[in-house]
Design a protein around this ligand. Structure first.
Ligand code: PLP
Length: 401
């Protein structure tokens, strides 16, 4: 089986698996228990928190463990919204290309609390256009939420520009970093300088107030995520309780946290050597060129500037085909890919992300997402390209040239 689906390529690393197994065997006590075994679990959780903070150059105390990326996003958004009860007509600002986790939350706060969402535009390359943000913010704006990298296309958004505007206007800036953290260097710059392990030059992260991320996108287990909250950011917990410094109640998922921490260490090692990212980007680009060679009518849905795309993601449109059928056929032939986000699989609508990017509906309908990971074997990519071409030719009734 060749896994080119972003939920499967990043299978838990051996280190993450071992950390989880040892947590189950040896650290299964409750970290809130006062006796020695409970305190050992607590210590392990705190060491794990430090590794995860190091991955983004943040402070361990600013990390809140959450159930997953979606839970982190909801915790962030609900947590900010709850601190603004005094505003009579509040609004939040986001984009139509967000993961359903953000869009669903925006819808819910509208339905329940009559909070308006204002939407930022995207340009034809699929990037958020920051030019209208300053004008959209008014005295009733309580939150701006934007993604760092898009889950369907890998497009990287102008987080520093958006963040600077929010900082100038005094509005909290939440970033969905699920597709970014662990794959790209991240520097929120709140970490204690002495504890910072990675020498990141990038400054985009310094304007972020809250950052959501998820372990299973960087070879950790599924079902564990984190929310980083910059010290001083207004936040009221939607799930109160004593754990996580009062920011999210409930007994900690010790195996998940330790698996995530081991995965963070693996991601740090990968990110320390920038040439590895470049190497993987070249494999991804070669895969795309190969698909285009074999299927000349295919279209790569990507921004014009190659630096504005994360190295692992490829989105390719096969005009006139139905992505779901193509995915089923590929799966029968041993290639697992995806279309849209996992949360919208089963939907017959073309991806709103691609439509917002200006992709024609007949291309969007037949677009697939292929994701590689830091361990992807380049040999598989040639095999996958040939399988994709064979399926496309069969479905479109064409014989391969
Ligand atoms: N945000 C983005 C950009 C994602 O890609 C995903 C998942 O793929 C999520 C949020 C949700 O994360 P999780 O699956 O951990 O809930």
């Amino acid at each position: 089986m060749i896994y080119l689906d972003n939920n499967a390529t990043t299978r838990p690393s051996t280190e993450a698996r071992d950390a989880m197994l040892s947590a189950m065997d040896e650290l299964w006590h409750n970290p809130s228990s006062i006796y020695r075994a409970g305190q050992a679990a607590k210590r392990a959780v705190e060491l794990g928190r430090a590794s995860i903070a190091r991955l983004i150059n943040g402070q361990p105390k600013e990390i809140v463990f959450c159930g997953c990326g979606t839970c982190s996003i909801h915790t962030a958004m609900a947590g900010v919204i709850a601190t603004h009860k005094h505003i009579t007509k509040p609004n939040i600002i986001s984009t139509h290309i967000e993961h359903p986790a953000v869009r669903a939350m925006a819808q819910q706060v509208h339905d329940r609390f009559d909070i308006e969402t204002r939407w930022l535009k995207t340009n034809p390359g699929g990037r958020i256009d920051p030019s209208s943000l300053a004008d959209q913010i008014d005295e009733n704006t309580i939150l701006v939420s934007a993604q760092w990298a898009n889950n369907e296309t890998g497009v990287i958004h102008p987080i520093a520009e958006l963040g600077k505007i929010c900082r100038d206007k005094g509005v909290t800036f939440h970033v969905d970093g699920v597709q970014w953290v662990g794959k790209m260097p991240t520097n929120v710059r709140s970490g204690d300088l002495e504890s910072i392990g990675l020498a990141h030059d990038e400054d985009e992260g310094q304007y972020i107030d809250m950052l959501s991320f998820s372990a299973h996108k960087f070879h950790g287990p599924k079902g564990i995520g984190a929310l980083w909250i910059r010290r001083g950011t207004p936040f009221a917990p939607s799930s109160p309780g004593a754990q996580e410094l009062g920011r999210r109640g409930g007994t900690e998922n010790v195996p998940g946290i330790l698996g995530m921490a081991a995965a963070a260490e693996g991601a740090i090692a990968f990110l320390e050597d920038g040439s590895k990212m470049q190497e993987m980007r070249e494999h991804r680009d070669r895969f795309e060129r190969r698909v285009l060679e074999l299927v000349p009518e295919a279209v790569v849905n990507a921004p014009p500037d190659p630096d504005q795309r994360v190295w692992n993601t490829s989105n390719i449109g096969f005009p006139g085909l139905e992505s779901e059928l193509l995915l089923l056929m590929l799966s029968e032939r041993g290639v697992c890919a995806s279309a849209g986000s996992a949360c919208s699989s089963g939907s017959l609508e073309p991806s709103p992300v691609l439509l917002a990017m200006g992709v024609e509906p007949r291309v969007a309908h037949g677009s697939l997402r292929f994701s590689i990971c830091r361990d992807t074997d380049p040999g598989c990519l040639e095999e996958a390209a040939q399988t994709v071409a064979a399926c496309v030719h069969q479905l479109s009734g064409n014989l391969p040239v």
